[in-house]
Ligand binder design. Structure first.
Ligand code: C5P
Length: 250
């Protein structure tokens, strides 16, 4: 495998540091052997360790801060500014927060990066949580129970707000790519190796299939975090990503 392709595959893998303490995060990071190009800090770890979790992950990889901001535009802008100051490379907002909130997030990322001399983080919007099924959408009052329709609507919002990407299940990656062209990066959680249960994810697929469908970055938690050998599990995923990239360009 040429090294360039190997690097490209690693840069398409984010491991979710979904563990309950900073010491467990440090141990997981060392057990990952620098295989993934990205480490994701979510609500659980950030709630426990805050910016220390970001600092610890930044020593090994780019940091994806997944706090899924969803608030009034002014508050989201402040939250994005704080995240930018901690030098994260990517962060999430909920597309359903509306176009003004999305624009506030994008503008704040640019302005605060310029002010502090930090890298501008990529702002990506969650479309429909991968744990939600059509029945769940109906239950929360979304006008359509077709997940694809709601994802398409959120993609249009993200595009019109000038965001960098969207989070969508691997099953919707092809739909998003068709609708957004190369205008948005596609980040996909809900990836499962063969034989691993879906857990609470309702819309899952394998890593190669997700990449082939157009995903740019895969986010994987439990199948790696709970593996006996996280580095081996991550390497298997990198191999599957390479397979997906090869199929995509075939
Ligand atoms: O353990 P698992 O592989 O299901 O973890 C997926 C990760 O991706 C979790 O950290 C979860 O918070 C995150 N995520 C998700 N669905 C989204 C956005 C983020 O599952 N729409």
């Amino acid at each position: 495998m040429p090294e360039a392709l190997e690097m490209a595959a690693r840069d398409r893998l984010a491991i979710a540091l979904d563990v309950p303490s900073l010491s467990e995060a440090e141990s997981l990071i060392s057990r990952l052997g620098a295989v993934p190009g990205w480490l994701k800090v979510g609500s659980q770890l950030f709630g426990i360790a805050g910016p220390d979790a970001i600092a610890c992950a930044r020593r090994e990889a780019r940091v994806f801060l997944d706090l899924k901001f969803h608030d009034i535009p002014n508050t989201v802008a402040s939250a994005v500014a704080a995240a930018t100051a901690h030098r994260v490379s990517m962060l999430t907002v909920h597309a359903s927060g509306g176009v003004e909130m999305l624009r506030a997030a994008r503008d704040s990322a640019s302005e605060s990066a310029e002010r502090s001399g930090a890298e501008r983080p990529l702002v990506v919007a969650v479309t429909v949580l991968t744990s939600l099924s059509p029945a769940d959408l109906k239950e929360i009052g979304v006008a359509t129970d077709a997940v694809e329709d709601q994802v398409a609507r959120m993609v249009d919002l993200a595009l019109s707000a000038g965001l960098d990407g969207i989070v969508a299940s691997p099953r919707e990656a092809a739909l998003v790519r068709a609708r957004a062209g190369d205008g948005l990066r596609i980040v996909t959680p809900g990836v499962r190796p063969a034989g691993w249960p879906a857990d609470d994810q309702a819309r899952t697929t394998g890593a190669a299939a997700a990449i082939e469908a157009g995903s740019d970055l895969l986010v994987v938690g439990r199948p790696v975090v709970q593996a006996d050998e996280p580095e081996v599990a991550a390497r298997v995923l990198v191999g599957e990503i390479e397979e997906g990239l090869a199929r995509r360009s075939a």
